[in-house]
Design a binder for this molecule. Sequence first.
Ligand code: LFR
Length: 477
Amino acid sequence: MTETFAAVDLGASSGRVMAGRVGPGTLELQEVRRFPNRPVRVNGTLHWDVLGLYGNVLDGLRAAPAGLASVGIDSWAVDYGLLDADGKLIGNPVHYRDARTDGVMERIRAEVGDDLLYQTSGLQFLPFNTLYQLAADDLARARTMLMVPDLLAHWLTGAVGAERTNASTTGLLDVRDGAWSRDLVARLGLPAGILPPIREPGEVLGTLRPDVAEETGHPATLPVVAVGSHDTASAVAAVPTTTDRFAYISCGTWSLVGVELREPVLTEASRKANFTNEGGVDGTVRYLRNVMGLWLLQESMRAWGNPDLPSLLAEAAGVPGLRSIVDPDDPEFLPPGDMPARIAAHCRRRGFPEPATRAETVRCIMDSLALAHRATLRQASRLSGQEIDVVHLVGGGSRNELLCRLTADASGLPVVAGPVEATALGNVLTQARAHGLAGTLAESRALVAATQPLRRYEPSGDDARWAGAAARLGLAP
Ligand code: LFR
């Protein structure tokens, strides 16, 4: 039996609706609609255009094949919409890169204490985690908080819930018992009533509202299923591993670098290294750290008026390596704005030559990301005790041959690149598994490995050079 599932996958820079066909030995993905996701600054606040995104989701569903078995939605994490007492959206969801959280995390960490925050949620300290955003928000009229995928699912079905993997990025979910932490919510003075009931990946959320069914041309009986609605959870679910001794880099706007565990790591060393314990599908723990990722390249490209990327990368491959390097995780790189100038200033400050050309800037970004990948993989292994034989690099970054090769060289580990659309595949596979297809998590990963194009990069064996560069940047050994 073969079934078709629709995956709505919204990334920070683009969204897509995909149709995935799954059956024994079959996993095929077809792009139905792709659209840009452009943040909009209004009166100084950076927003997501959530209605524009929803309109594109409706258009995508309309263009999807008839006879779908279900629909699943994932997006970037941490951001949310607030509903009032009438169920209406209060304002436009704010972008996690907006400056409204400036200083908020520092204040709350000082008030509540890092130890309590980390022991409760197991989450890395990022200034945009939902709890800091909520603390900066006006909640007077709010009755319900819905994370972005839950908000879209609510508009499609009328159902209200908080899917677990994405709820785990709020900082308000107890990492040990999986429930909202009443204690922490109370300490922060947040209204507990706005937090919806938790839904597990694989659970049916609801079926299409009659008006949505009519507008999209699908039956009102079409189920919307919770998937790993945090895009990174879906991406990790589709890592094509055939061994337990693997690490992953989900590489797009961010590089999410880590390992999969059964239990969280909540040690002081882990907290100090700012590692996160996010929720994965099937109750797994995504033990990882956020590396700034291709954001550095995307923002540079934007500043340059979007020149041709393949030729720039080819040129960058010819630039001598490890001359100009930055710590990509410096918080100064978080907000949008003239990235090449910030990179040059960072190099100057750290005593490295400033990149003089665009190709040199791109090479600097690639070398710096590879160095951060190396450091983070080593830390993940050391802090968790998980041995790593292979690194799976999935997502848009897996197309970037230079970055894949440098990551293999820097980490001293083989890198298996692909699939590009791991997130949409993970979304589809979680729906398929809920439908009784695609087997266990391990079996569905084997299906990805058997059906999707992958490319393997062997390390060059030049560890001393990379170790030296990491030391000069002050990265963890
Ligand atoms: C990747 C991602 C990361 C999260 C960041 C912000 O798309 O979801 O996992 O830390 O975006 O939401």
